[in-house]
Design a binder for this molecule. Structure first.
Ligand code: PMP
Length: 558
C-alpha cells in the first residue's frame, strides 16, 4: 500500500485549490483569480497541471499522462520525494556514490540522513552492497542511470534486484537516458509501484533554460506530488516553449545522435593522449576522464577559454575532470588543447576512426532519405524515412494499435522509419491517422527522388487465417482500391474506417497505385496482414535493383 509509505502529515493534507481547479469549465469572463484582465501573453496564471504538455510527453514516452508529474526541473521532484516519504530528523536515504549532488543536498534540507553506498572501481552497481546499507529508517534509495558523474548505465539486473528486495521508494534518475542505448525503467512501473523514474527536458531535449523535469510513477505518487507542489510550478512561457520544442521531436533526436557520435569521437581521441590515464565509458552526454595531472589540464583548458567540471573530489574520481560533449568545433578545440596539437576541421571523423572512408554511403549514390514536419491546428507530425538503411523504428502517435501497424512498415519494409504525431485524440483518431498518412506519403515520395533504379512494383501474405494482398505501383499515377471487410467498429484503439482512409491518403500523397484486398475472421490479423503486405510491397518497390540507375518505365520518367 503506497499510502502507508507517506509521511502522516502528507497523507492527511488538504491541498491548496487554485481558481482553475475550482472551475475547469471554459468561461467567457474570468474574474476568479485576481488576475490583471489586460492581455499581454502572461497576465493569466498557467495551467496548474500542464495537461497539453503531459499529453505530448505521454505520446513520446508511451505512458499514460496520469503517470507523469512535471516539475520545475527534476530537482523539484527530487525535493518532493523527501517531503512525501521521509519524516525530517527520523529517516534516511541510501544513495550510490559518486552521484548527482542534489540528492544529498535535498536530503540535508529536509533533515534526512544520507547513507552512501559506493560503486565499484568501474562505477558498476552491486545491489547487495546497496541493500546492505539500508537501515530501519531508510525510506528511499537513489540510483542514477546513466550515472552522473561517471557516465555509465547501471546494470539493469542489479537495479531490479534492489526493486525486488527493498520495500521503500526506489528512485531511478534517468536524466541522461536519451543518450544511452539501454531501455528506460518506465517499462517497469506496472510491476513496481514504488519505483519513481526521473527524467528531464534539460539534456537531450536542449531545454535546460526552461526548467522542466519529470517524475514518471504510479498514479498515486503523481497525484500526491501534484497535491503538495507549488500550485503554478511551471510558467506559461515555459509550458508554451516546451510544447513548441517538443512538437518536432525527431529534430531533437537528430541532435542527440550527433552528440552521441561526437561523444564517441571525443572518447577515442582523448584515450590516445599522453595526459590521459583513462576515459570512462559513457552512456551520457559527457565523459569522465582521469588525467595524470588534472590541475594542469584544467588550467590549460581555462587559459584557452574552455571550462570543464573538476570532479576530482567525488568518491572514486580523483584526478578526474568531467567534460560535456559540445559541438564538433568545440570538441575539436578541447582535443587540440589537451593534445597540444592543432586539429583541423574534419580530421577526426565521427566514429573516431581516422582511416575510415570519408563517403559513408560509398559510390556517390544519392541519399534516399527525407524528413517532413507537418503542423496544422489539429496535428503536428514528424516523419523521417531512409529507404536504404533500416533502423529500429521510433513510432509514437498516441494510438497503440496504430503505432504497432506503422512499426510493421519499418520492420517489414526494411527501411528506416520514424513517425511522431501529436494529434487531437481528445476529438477522435481521424486527424492523427489521416495526417500521418499524408506526411508519410509526402516523405516517401521525397525520399524516392527521381525513382531511378527502383523495382517499382510490389505483395501478398497470409496472417494466420487472414490473407492480405497489396499491389503497389510507384509509377506516379494515383489509383486506390480497397476490398476489405472489417467486422468491428474499432481495431485496438483505432476506428476501423480509418484504415481505408489511411491508405487512401497515403496513396494520394505518394502518388501510387495501391490496390488492397484482404479477407479473414480476425480484424487484428486482417489489418496487421495489410500493413505487413504493404511494407513488403514497399520494400520490393523501392529497392534499387536496376543496374545503372535506369528509370523503370519505357517512357523514361516516372
Ligand atoms: N539528475 C541528474 C543526474 C543531473 O545530472 C541533473 C542536472 N545536472 C538533474 C537531475 C537536474 O536536472 P534538471 O535540469 O531537470 O533540474
Amino acid at each position: 500500500m503506497l499510502s502507508l509509505l507517506l509521511r502522516d502529515n502528507i497523507r492527511n493534507i488538504t491541498p491548496y485549490s487554485t481558481a482553475r481547479d475550482d472551475c475547469k469549465a471554459k468561461m467567457d469572463i474570468y474574474l476568479d483569480a485576481n488576475e490583471n484582465p489586460y492581455p499581454n501573453g502572461v497576465n493569466r496564471y498557467p495551467s496548474p497541471h500542464q495537461p497539453k504538455l503531459k499529453e505530448m510527453l505521454s505520446v513520446l514516452k508511451h505512458v499514460p499522462a496520469e503517470n507523469i508529474f512535471i516539475g520545475n526541473g527534476s530537482d523539484e521532484p527530487i525535493d518532493l520525494i523527501f517531503r512525501l516519504f521521509c519524516p525530517p530528523g527520523e529517516s534516511s536515504m541510501v544513495q550510490i556514490v559518486p552521484t548527482y549532488g542534489m540528492y544529498s543536498v535535498a536530503a540535508a534540507i529536509n533533515d534526512v540522513r544520507v547513507i552512501d553506498a559506493p560503486l565499484d572501481g568501474n562505477f558498476a552497481l552491486d545491489a547487495a552492497a546497496v541493500l546492505s546499507k539500508v537501515e530501519k529508517d531508510t525510506k528511499a534509495i537513489f540510483l542514477c542511470s546513466p550515472n552522473n558523474p561517471s557516465g555509465n548505465l547501471l546494470d539493469r539486473g542489479q537495479i531490479l534486484r534492489i526493486l525486488d528486495n527493498f520495500d521503500g521508494i526506489v528512485v531511478v534518475d534517468e536524466a541522461y537516458i536519451d543518450f544511452a542505448d539501454g531501455e528506460s525503467f518506465i517499462t517497469q512501473l506496472g510491476k513496481y509501484p514504488r519505483l519513481v523514474v526521473l527524467q528531464t527536458m534539460s539534456k537531450a531535449w536542449g531545454m535546460a533554460g526552461l526548467r522542466i523535469g519529470l517524475a514518471i510513477a504510479d498514479k498515486f505518487i503523481v497525484d500526491v506530488m501534484s497535491r503538495i507542489k507549488y500550485p503554478y510550478n511551471v510558467s506559461v512561457l515555459n509550458q508554451s516553449k516546451a510544447e513548441e520544442l517538443l512538437s518536432d521531436p525527431l529534430a531533437a533526436a537528430d541532435k542527440v545522435a550527433e552528440i552521441k557520435s561526437e561523444r564517441n569521437r571525443l572518447a577515442t581521441a582523448l584515450s590516445d593522449m599522453e595526459p590521459v590515464v583513462r576515459v570512462y565509458p559513457s552512456d551520457a552526454n559527457f565523459l569522465l576522464v582521469r588525467f595524470r595531472d588534472k590541475s594542469e589540464v584544467f588550467a590549460r583548458l581555462l587559459q584557452a577559454g574552455i571550462i570543464v567540471r573538476d570532479r576530482s573530489s567525488a568518491y572514486g574520481c580523483d584526478g578526474c575532470l568531467r567534460i560535456t560533449v559540445g559541438t564538433p568545433e568545440e570538441n575539436d578545440r578541447v582535443i587540440s588543447v589537451i593534445s597540444g596539437k592543432p586539429v583541423g576541421k574534419g580530421q577526426i571523423p565521427a566514429d573516431g576512426n581516422p582511416d575510415k572512408e570519408k563517403d559513408p554511403d560509398g559510390g556517390g549514390k544519392p541519399d534516399r532519405r527525407a524528413s517532413c514536419f507537418r503542423k496544422t491546428g489539429e496535428t503536428a507530425v514528424s516523419v523521417r524515412v531512409d529507404l536504404d538503411n533500416f533502423h529500429k523504428p521510433v513510432i509514437a502517435t498516441g494510438l497503440g494499435f496504430f503505432n504497432h501497424m506503422l512499426e510493421q512498415i519499418g520492420y517489414h519494409g526494411g527501411i528506416g522509419l520514424d513517425i511522431i504525431c501529436f494529434g487531437d485524440l481528445s476529438t477522435d483518431d481521424h486527424h492523427s491517422v489521416e495526417d500521418v498518412a499524408i506526411a508519410l506519403g509526402d516523405c516517401l515520395k521525397e525520399a524516392l527522388g527521381d525513382k531511378s533504379g527502383i523495382g517499382r512494383y510490389g505483395f501478398c501474405l497470409p496472417m494466420d487465417e487472414a490473407e492480405a494482398m497489396v499491389l503497389l505501383d510507384l509509377g506516379g499515377r494515383t489509383d486506390f482500391l480497397w476490398d476489405v471487410t472489417l467486422h468491428e467498429p474499432k481495431v485496438g484503439d483505432v476506428s476501423s474506417q480509418m484504415f481505408r482512409h489511411f491508405f487512401k491518403s497515403l496513396s494520394e500523397h505518394l502518388n501510387c497505385n495501391l490496390h488492397i484486398k484482404a479477407t479473414g475472421e480476425n480484424d487484428h490479423h486482417i489489418v496487421e496482414g495489410i500493413f505487413k503486405a504493404f511494407a513488403r510491397a514497399l520494400k520490393s518497390a523501392v529497392k534499387q535493383e536496376q543496374q545503372g540507375g535506369v528509370i523503370p518505365s519505357s517512357k523514361g520518367w516516372l
